[in-house]
Design a binder for this molecule. Structure first.
Ligand SMILES: [Zn+2]
Length: 253
């Protein structure tokens, strides 16, 4: 599979749309094309080069992810796969439901309610190549705010649902937020893994696809609720209490 990152609102929202193409058939999907004026030029070039766009896929209903759907349909009249509250959605896959893109890519929908109740992460597998598009649920070194859910739901989303994916699964989040996440993480723990991530963001502007679920389990404090250092920072020991305190502290930064 081929993944093209399309940065949107650089310097403010720092969102990513992703164009994912099956190598052999050139069938493709576009994930969260929320700002069509930044996405359409890249798409046109791809389509002119033989890419066949099959679906728009949304990770959740927020405007900076699904808000471009109506405008996108004017150029590409294709079905929209996403959570129930996404603009113009045509199909909401069940938790664990699979579908294919071309011959090579198998997609599995993973419901991860918390940031929004309609949040869905998508595992894409092509042979031994595995990636997960995590929207605003999991960021590199962080997680999304709990706008429509609880700390318990985020624990389930990050540590049961996404945490169960193979360690080599590469993470493609909905925003480039790693710098801010690391700034918070170092106040919680100065582990080698966190210091390594800090040094990576010091010299790399983009971090999507550069880290795996296995890496997140090491450097993402929201995936280390049983870590004594993280527990000590929060003054709590129960998983849900630790998650809740971490989120409050990050929000207050
Ligand atoms: Zn969001």
């Amino acid at each position: 599979m081929h993944i093209e990152s399309i940065p949107m609102w650089e310097g403010s929202g720092n969102n990513y749309a992703y164009l994912v193409t099956d190598d052999k058939t050139k069938e493709a999907v576009i994930i969260d094309p929320a700002n069509p004026q930044e996405v359409l030029p890249t798409l046109k070039k791809a389509v002119d080069g033989g890419v066949k766009l099959r679906n728009i896929i949304n990770t959740h209903h927020h405007h900076d992810h699904a808000g471009g759907n109506a405008e996108m349909l004017k150029s590409y009249d294709i079905p929209i796969i996403g959570g129930k509250d996404c603009e113009k959605v045509s199909k909401t896959p069940a938790h664990g439901e699979t579908f294919t893109i071309g011959d090579g890519i198998k997609v599995k929908a993973l419901h991860t309610p918390c940031h929004t109740q309609d949040s869905i992460c998508y595992l894409f597998e092509d042979g031994e190549d595995r990636v997960v598009f995590t929207g605003d649920t999991l960021f590199i070194g962080g997680c999304g705010r709990f706008f429509e859910g609880t700390a318990e739901e985020m624990d389930t989303a990050l540590n049961k649902t996404l945490g169960a994916l193979p360690d080599d699964t590469k993470v493609y989040p909905g925003h480039e937020y790693t710098k801010g996440n690391v700034k918070f993480a170092v106040t919680v723990s100065q582990s080698e893994a966190i210091k390594k991530l800090e040094s990576f963001v010091g010299s790399n502007k983009q971090t999507q696809g550069k880290f795996t679920i296995g890496d997140e389990k090491q450097h993402n404090v929201f995936m280390r609720l049983d870590d004594p250092t993280v527990q000590k920072y929060t003054g709590k020991t129960g998983r849900v209490d630790v998650m809740s305190k971490l989120r409050e502290a990050k929000n207050a930064m």
